[in-house]
Design a protein around this ligand. Structure first.
Ligand code: MSP
Length: 525
């Protein structure tokens, strides 16, 4: 069955080990994919690695290893990071795979038949770290790339094959007009519009004197430009693992893609070059290219080429995958730059997950044990009046959370859910069920504890795309058998309809022994 929702991460360069910047995009994509799966979509999350080009060839040379051996080793590290971050990807597209070459050749042939490829002289400044020619006016201090400002650009003067990008200027403007959401957020759209309005130049799609790439199908003295081949990695990623690698087979699995999630530095490739290539090949255009911001560490840009990175493996090892996912999703408005600061990281997790949520569940279960023989009270959600503070917030929570997920507004998702959680804490403090218990107001005690447990349950369900392990632990303590890491169980629209409503908890549930669900984090030494 073709996918109904396809989302991609960029295919990461394998010049060095993954850093937290690459992990960031993948965490966001995974949360989106998990949300869509949870509400019943047939999702394909495509990630992978971009393995050709000069940058990778040089990285391998510096290590003194064969480029393919180098790529295999780094691709395995990305895969391992995704496992540790609890990423549920469906496809891992590697651009050195032979099946990818078949797709690239078929696509190239379509563009060639269109007459959109020609041979000409390429002269200009090349940034190997970007794998892109730069305009002289873009350079910093005349020789440095504006993105990699510690890397000198290199002069190139060679015969290259060019793609007729200029021919698609009007069609692209039409596309941006007809599909105003094609580029998001709006600030990125404006950036692209002003770039395209200045006039598009054809770009070269082949290199000479470079071994590490696919040979040009029409002239094997040239290798295909790494970006021409890389973007097509998304199409290859659609293929079922055993399917014959043809364009038709790939496209049938879920073209056009819904969302390409990328960083703002590679916007031009995705929002200008890519749709033009697709128009030339006669293919439909993806629905959206979403350009997120950059992560900084203590205020400075992080990146492989600048050498200022956080080791994501180390971060996950010390704090766990849920903590890392929660911090980056809750803290950063997708599209804006965001900073990583370890003190803030620890403080936020302790405040939200350990205290507000973890302690709430723990103390409520403790009271249920003491005051209700450890049984979910015999109350049903419908017993609560519309103005009950938790029922009121809980019943309308999904109406605020679902649109926030749909708009990729994760800080809003977390804020809405934590409003309910904080309201629970306040409600308990205000109502003081321990006092009511002493006064033998058992019915009131039961209603209070039920409304809190149910609110925690609903919160856990709606937070599951962000913190699947934590939500699973909460569900287990509430007596449910629902593993949020098991897509075949979670991927159910009926389950979603039921569990995203407030008031389903029933006295038939067998509560488990209360256990801390999120241990308080300590700042290192
Ligand atoms: N190989 C290309 C993508 C090809 S897609 C067909 C590439 N790879 S990359 O490894 O250099 O970058 C991958 C992604 O990581 C990009 O979206 C980039 O924006 C993102 N990031 C790199 N450094 C980053 C931060 N410091 N912060 C957030 N994202 C960052 O480009």
């Amino acid at each position: 069955m073709p996918a109904s929702f396809v989302i991609t991460t960029p295919l990461y360069y394998v010049n060095a080990a993954p850093h937290i910047g690459s992990a960031y995009t993948t965490m966001v994509a995974d949360a989106i994919a998990r949300f869509e799966r949870q509400r019943g979509q047939n999702v394909l999350l495509i990630t992978g690695t971009d393995e050709h080009g000069q940058k990778i060839q040089r990285a391998a040379e510096q290590q003194g290893v064969d480029p393919q051996v180098h790529c295999d080793a780094i691709a395995a590290q990305f895969d391992q990071l995704w496992t540790q971050l609890n990423i549920q990807y469906d496809r891992f597209s590697r651009t050195t795979a032979p099946r990818h070459q078949a797709i690239v050749n078929e696509f190239f042939d379509r563009v060639w038949q269109q007459g959109d490829i020609y041979l000409a002289k390429q002269q200009g400044w090349y940034c190997v770290a970007c794998e892109e020619f730069k305009e002289e006016r873009e350079l910093i201090e005349e020789q440095y790339c504006p993105i990699h400002n510690n890397k000198k650009v290199e002069w190139r003067d060679e015969d290259n094959y060019f793609f007729r990008l200029s021919k698609y200027q009007d069609a692209l403007m039409q596309l941006y007009r007809d599909h105003p959401d094609f580029i998001a957020p709006p600030s990125r759209r404006n950036e692209v519009l002003s770039f395209v309005e200045q006039g598009l130049q054809d770009f070269s799609i082949s290199r000479v004197n470079l071994d590490w790439g696919f040979p040009m199908p029409n002239n094997n003295k040239h290798t295909l430009y790494v970006w021409f081949d890389a973007l097509l990695g998304y199409v290859t990623g659609l293929l079922e693992p055993e399917a014959e690698p043809t364009l038709a087979n790939a496209l049938a699995q879920g073209w056009p893609i819904q969302t390409h999630l990328i960083g703002k530095d590679i916007l031009r490739f995705h929002a200008v070059y890519w749709p033009a290539m697709l128009l030339s090949a006669g293919l439909e255009i993806p629905q959206q290219v979403f350009g997120h911001g950059f992560l900084t560490k203590d205020g400075r840009k992080m990146g492989k080429s600048t050498g200022n990175t956080i080791d994501p493996f180390n971060l996950i090892e010390r704090y766990g995958s849920d903590a890392v996912r929660y911090y980056f999703l809750k803290e950063i408005e997708l599209g804006q730059d965001g900073d990583f600061n370890e003190t803030r990281f620890v403080n936020i997790l302790n405040a939200d997950l350990a205290n507000d949520l973890g302690n709430l569940l723990n103390r409520t279960l403790g009271m249920v044990k003491k005051y209700c023989q450890g049984q979910v009270p015999h109350v049903v959600g419908n017993d609560f009046a519309a103005e009950h503070p938790l029922a009121a917030l809980g019943r309308s929570l999904r109406d605020r959370v679902i649109p926030a997920y749909e708009a990729y507004k994760f800080p809003t998702v977390c804020e809405e859910i934590f409003n309910l959680i904080r309201a629970c804490n306040k409600f308990i403090d205000d109502q003081a069920p321990w006092r009511l218990y002493k006064q033998e107001q058992q019915t009131d005690v039961e209603a209070i504890l039920y409304s809190v447990l149910e609110s925690v349950r609903l919160s856990a369900y709606l937070l599951a795309p962000i913190v699947p392990n934590l939500s699973g632990k909460i569900y287990t303590q509430l007596g449910f058998d629902l593993n949020f890491n098991n897509p075949t169980v979670v991927n159910d629209p009926n389950l979603f309809e039921h569990h995203s409503q407030w008031g389903l908890l029933s006295s038939a549930q067998h509560l488990a022994q209360p256990q801390p669900i999120f241990a308080k984090l300590e700042l290192p030494g």
